[in-house]
Design a protein around this ligand. Structure first.
Ligand SMILES: NC(=O)c1ccc[n+]([C@@H]2O[C@H](COP(=O)([O-])OP(=O)(O)OC[C@H]3O[C@@H](n4cnc5c(N)ncnc54)[C@H](O)[C@@H]3O)[C@@H](O)[C@H]2O)c1
Length: 253
């Protein structure tokens, strides 16, 4: 199936956090195919470098900065480097997260704070870092990542799912505050998506049965199917849309 082409994304500077693998990598790939200038941060050096090299060889403009998004100063420095190399970021995709399982009664305050750092805090500070330049540029688009986990009632994910539900509140607040500056802010909620990590860790026979039992679409949903929704929200084709959450889950919830 040929992908849609969004002429306004050509030449735009895009930042994707956690863009080295999974849905983030699919998003980097699709933006690069549009001719966007794509900067991404990740901690996984090997796969990230391989992705950037592959896409640059194919004619893309892709730049990888190694940074741990839980280190806000490192994240800000990476954003400054990407801006210096690729120009003003007018699309921010707050994708990085980590869905480690946890038993409710075993969660400690330190563990909770650690999960906040990887699943929520960096999205706030990435937005804070890029919005001033977006305003100066006349506008931009931010796509935050939630998750259907809090709508599905997923087990052993209470902290993660709670923080992912906050992505929607954050989206609405930013959308209201910066709509006057022509910045649109939306949120994508993936269902259960077949990334390498999910397949390696959790997609066993019971998992497959759950997918086919719960989803309206009787097939697995792939990372690029989320990336396609991100591109649409980032593009001018979604010019009237802000403050929304879009579910891409094959009809599970
Ligand atoms: N895959 C799913 O089923 C699913 C479901 C619901 C929501 N989501 C959401 O989609 C987004 C992408 O998830 P995914 O499944 O592709 O994840 P993934 O684990 O496959 O990829 C995450 C990427 O982020 C990077 N990363 C992790 N910690 C980092 C850190 N501290 N600093 C910088 N980079 C870091 C990883 O190296 C990896 O490249 C997340 O926001 C996740 O919550 C995914």
């Amino acid at each position: 199936m040929a992908n849609a082409i969004y002429p306004d994304l050509k030449g735009r500077t895009v930042l994707v956090t956690g863009g080295g693998q999974g849905i983030g990598a699919a998003t980097v790939r699709l933006f690069a195919e549009q001719g966007a200038k794509v900067g991404f941060v990740d901690i996984a050096e090997g796969p990230s470098q391989a992705l950037a090299e592959e896409l640059n060889k194919a004619g893309g403009t892709v730049h990888f900065e190694k940074a741990d998004v839980t280190d806000i100063e490192a994240l800000k420095a990476a954003i400054a480097d990407i801006t210096a190399k690729l120009g003003t970021i007018t699309v921010l995709v707050n994708n990085a997260a980590h869905d480690q399982r946890h038993k409710f009664f075993e969660v400690t305050p330190d563990y909770f704070d650690d999960r906040v750092a990887i699943n929520l805090k960096h999205a706030f500070f990435a937005a804070q870092a890029v919005i001033p330049a977006m305003i100066e540029a006349g506008g931009g688009a931010i796509v935050n990542f939630g998750s259907c986990s809090w709508l599905m009632g997923s087990e052993d994910l209470t902290v993660y799912a709670t923080l992912k539900s906050a992505a929607y509140g954050f989206t609405r607040l930013l959308a209201k505050q910066f709509g006057k500056d022509n910045i649109r802010v939306n949120c994508v909620l993936p269902g259960w998506i077949m990334t390498e990590r999910q397949i390696a860790l959790w997609v066993d026979q019971a998992g497959e049965e759950a997918i086919f039992r719960n989803q309206a679409l009787k097939r697995k949903i792939l990372p690029e199917e989320i990336a396609k929704a991100v591109l649409f929200l980032a593009s001018d084709q979604a010019s009237g849309m802000t403050s929304q959450q879009i579910i891409v889950d094959g009809g599970w919830v």
